[in-house]
Ligand binder design. Structure first.
Ligand code: UT7
Length: 314
């Protein structure tokens, strides 16, 4: 019998410190008007002294609680992050220890596409029968790698974590997933360190990334619906990576999806990289918009470039 990877619980966590566009106006040559019009972002959360593992732990506890799964029942932990606490060990193993779990745990790095890459990886373990319950987390402290003097990147990013518990189900769950990478775009969006133990900062050719993101994500959304013999009418919600409202709107327009069917959190969270999709998902599950049986489209793109989509019956 075919097994499906079904999301049975969600959780998220945001650090308490809010940095508004007005706060950024004090240190950068920018304005709330520019940031709002060009990105849709109004504020973001920034850590004071928490680690990537701290954020992941809080989000994971909530997802486990909703799932009614105990740490001892988790078969695998996959933590998507671009901002691990250490070069090694994997932040996922620190999370495993702090949760009191005993399963294998590894980090996965696909920047802003990290969550769709991690969820697709979890799907493989479940569909081939290797695991029954998997904790998939996206946790990021992007503020660690932002150049706070660069107005073109400092305004975008935020910190946070989101988590889901995925379990093996005989009837429904992930219906489709598709991943892509094109490493030839490395210089368009990268961290400018030369050595692995040097702390660099994000460099982004914003407008180039913007155009490529619109093209790749629109093509992918269309491809995903075609592969599933669906139209946007069959989607209950799109839960996109929260990078830029203009990118999200362009993708929705291409597949004829009204913006009323898109979950948006970027005004409050900014771009939290691998955490943005599970954060948005958790917000909409907990406020009652997303319900059991809904068809959800997740999609995101980030440095690499790497991009991907996951279509889920929730
Ligand atoms: O999450 C993973 C992938 N990342 C993304 O998806 C981000 C994709 N890119 C974007 O979201 C947009 O390109 C940005 C929001 C980064 C920039 O918006 P844009 O409409 O592409 O602006 P631009 O880079 O073409 O810059 C337009 C103007 C420039 O000034 P001039 O040359 O026209 O005089 C910039 O210097 O806006 C200026 N600018 C700013 N002005 C005020 C750039 N950043 C700012 C700022 N405040 N923060």
């Amino acid at each position: 019998m075919k097994k499906f990877a079904r999301i049975i619980g969600t959780g998220s966590y945001l650090p308490s410190k809010v940095v508004t566009n007005a706060d950024l106006e004090k240190t950068l040559d920018t304005s709330d008007e520019w940031i709002t019009a060009r990105t849709g972002i109004k504020e973001r959360r920034i850590v004071t002294n928490e680690s990537t593992c701290d954020l992941a732990l809080e989000a994971s506890k909530k997802a486990l609680e909703m799932s009614e799964i105990s740490p001892s029942e988790i078969d695998l932990i996959i933590l998507a992050t671009t901002t691990p606490d250490k070069i090694f060990p994997a932040t996922a193993t620190m999370l495993q220890d702090r949760l009191g779990a005993t399963c294998p745990a590894f980090d996965l790095q696909a920047v802003c596409a990290g969550f769709v890459f991690a969820l697709t990886t979890a799907q493989q373990y479940i569909e081939n029968g290797t695991a029954k319950n998997i904790l998939v987390v996206g946790s990021e402290i992007m503020s660690k790698i932002v150049d706070w003097n660069d107005r073109s990147t400092a305004i975008i990013f935020g910190d946070g974590a989101g988590a889901v518990v995925v379990c093996s189900d005989n009837t429904t769950g992930i219906k489709h997933s598709k991943l892509y990478s094109d490493g030839s775009y490395m210089s368009s969006l990268h961290v400018n360190n030369n050595r692995i133990n040097e702390l660099g900062t994000i460099e982004m050719a914003g407008n180039e990334v913007y155009k490529i993101a619109v093209k790749r994500l629109s093509d992918l959304a269309e491809e995903t619906l075609n592969d599933c013999n669906m139209t946007s009418d069959d989607l209950t919600w799109m839960v996109p990576h929260q990078a830029n409202i203009r990118i999200i709107s362009a993708v929705a327009k291409r597949i004829n999806l009204p913006m009323s069917k898109v979950i948006l959190t970027l005004d409050k969270h900014g771009n939290t990289s691998a955490a943005s999709i599970p954060l948005a998902l958790d917000v909409a599950v907990r406020d009652g918009r997303i319900k059991k049986g809904d068809s959800l489209l997740f999609e995101g793109i980030g440095g690499g470039f790497s991009w991907g989509s996951v279509l889920v019956e929730y």
